[in-house]
Design a protein around this ligand. Structure first.
Ligand SMILES: [Zn+2]
Length: 108
């Protein structure tokens, strides 16, 4: 299940806040109670990197995430750069179709 941090900005009172959820949801302004404010930005937080002592740990939101992300440890890395590279590679991975293969490899 993907997990997002949604950023909101209220046009009525200029208040801004964020909320985390598995889906895009409208939010009521906590400052002036304006209803159904839409998120202007959403961060993908399905995979996150947290520092744990000397290591950097990649956590992934649970497949059944609904009200809570239920993060589980995926992999540990020695550096933040390696952890970020792992996350970037996972995000690039296509979900609906296989990656195209280079044609030249077949004829070689
Ligand atoms: Zn407001």
């Amino acid at each position: 299940m993907p997990w997002f941090r949604h950023h909101y900005s209220c046009q009525a009172c200029d208040g801004s806040w964020f909320a985390e959820a598995a889906v895009v949801v409208e939010s009521d302004c906590p400052f002036c109670a304006a209803r159904d404010v839409f998120a202007y930005k959403s961060d993908d937080r399905t995979l996150i990197v947290e520092r744990e002592g000397a290591a950097f740990v990649v956590f992934e939101a649970a497949k059944s995430a609904r009200a809570e992300p239920g993060y589980r440890q995926r992999k540990r890395f020695a550096t933040r750069a390696k952890a970020n590279a792992f996350v970037a590679a996972r995000r690039r991975k296509p979900t609906s179709r296989p990656a195209p293969r280079a044609r030249s490899a077949r004829s070689a």
